[in-house]
Design a protein around this ligand. Structure first.
Ligand code: GYE
Length: 353
């Protein structure tokens, strides 16, 4: 009797319950932006040891968040300005900030993100050192149901995707920055130049794309030639040393294009040490908008600086709010930049960093 009842009603009922339970579990942690879904019923923010998410999870609306910020280095004014902006915005909102500085090491940055996952932060702001080093950490955070927002540097989209592995990328158009410097130089030199290019850290998205935007534009100019292009690691001292060496093999250089102001300032020292006058014998251009860069323009030693804003605090926390509110975010939130020359350097000095 019991057996026949189970056969007639119990088994279909059991299957129906199982299906209902599976649907309920799937529905509990949907991706608000990713279009995919979490594969278990984890908490929707702060991660959950028993959760496993296959896309960035929904972020619960809260008055105060516990936000991780993984900074790749703190070795120049740009990075310090970025960190200060994030800290100040978190402070204004009363959010708890878990900060880690990877000191220019990809492996340290991976473990910094792992620590933030272990601490169950609500969301991670990540400034990845290179396009590839942080891919495993991004996927680990996603699997642990913690949304990651990339800021300032992007990753390789063939390895990790916005709205799928991480929420979005907030940052400048680096290709456009390089193109703007090239276009300014074409006008300034009437399309004739012998260029040394000082590249940012190999594999970092601003280094890859500032080179692409610049080089592509220069290629269309018959009398503009890139004599040498070498990694200066976005660092003042490395920029100076690389410039010193390159000057020996290319004393005929007429233009230096540095991927950031720090390397441009280093190159200016090397030019002076070699008896050349920056701004007269050699035109120097760079990207960022540091105080030292703007002062070099004012002193006549730099031609132009294209801005790359480090002020990520307000836009990052607004984006967190929008994400928690269920707004569909673009894959890339583009930060708009200005350009500085002798016409506006002085008036922008007070807002530089
Ligand atoms: O130009 C540079 C920094 O990632 C956009 O990295 C940033 C760049 C910035 O170290 O100064």
């Amino acid at each position: 009797m019991m057996q026949s009842r189970f056969t007639r009603f119990g088994f279909p009922l059991f299957v129906a319950c199982l299906l209902a339970a599976m649907l309920a579990a799937c529905g509990q942690a949907p991706a608000s932006n990713g279009g995919g879904s979490a594969s278990s019923s984890g908490s929707s923010s702060g991660g959950n040891a028993s959760s496993s998410c296959s896309s960035p999870p929904k972020l619960a609306k809260k008055d105060h968040y516990k936000v991780g910020f993984s900074q790749n280095a703190s070795n120049n004014p740009w990075r310090l300005a970025e960190t200060a902006s994030i800290k100040s915005e978190a402070g204004k909102r009363g959010d708890q900030l878990v900060f880690a500085d990877a000191a220019n090491s990809g492996s340290k940055q991976v473990s910094d993100v792992e620590n933030m996952v272990a601490q169950k932060v609500d969301v991670i702001l990540l400034a990845p050192i290179t396009e590839t080093a942080l891919i495993p950490a991004i996927k680990q955070a996603r699997t642990a149901c913690i949304p990651v927002i990339l800021i300032d540097r992007d990753v390789d989209h063939t390895l990790a995707k916005p709205n799928a592995d991480y929420v979005t990328f907030i940052g400048s158009d680096f290709v456009q920055q390089g193109k703007r410097v090239a276009d300014w130089l074409v006008k300034q030199t009437n399309g004739s130049a012998k260029i040394i290019e000082l590249e940012g850290t190999t594999g970092a998205s601003p280094a890859i794309n500032r080179k692409k935007g610049f080089d592509d534009e220069i290629k269309s100019q018959a009398n503009m030639k890139i004599l040498a292009s070498q990694d200066g690691d976005f660092s003042r001292d490395t920029g100076r040393k690389v410039m010193q060496t390159l000057l020996q093999s290319h004393p005929d250089v007429t233009v230096v294009y540095a991927h950031n102001d720090e390397m441009a300032i280093g190159a200016i020292s090397a030019l002076k040490a070699a008896g050349k006058q920056p701004g007269k014998d050699v035109i120097v251009c760079s990207i960022d908008g540091e105080k030292d860069g703007l002062n070099a323009i004012i002193a006549g030693e730099e031609g132009t600086v294209v801005q790359s804003s480090p002020f990520f605090g307000p836009v990052s926390f607004q984006t967190i709010d929008q994400y928690a509110g269920g707004t569909k975010l673009d894959d890339w939130i583009v930060v708009k930049d200005q350009q500085f020359t002798k016409d506006n350097a002085q008036q922008n000095l007070a807002n530089s960093f």
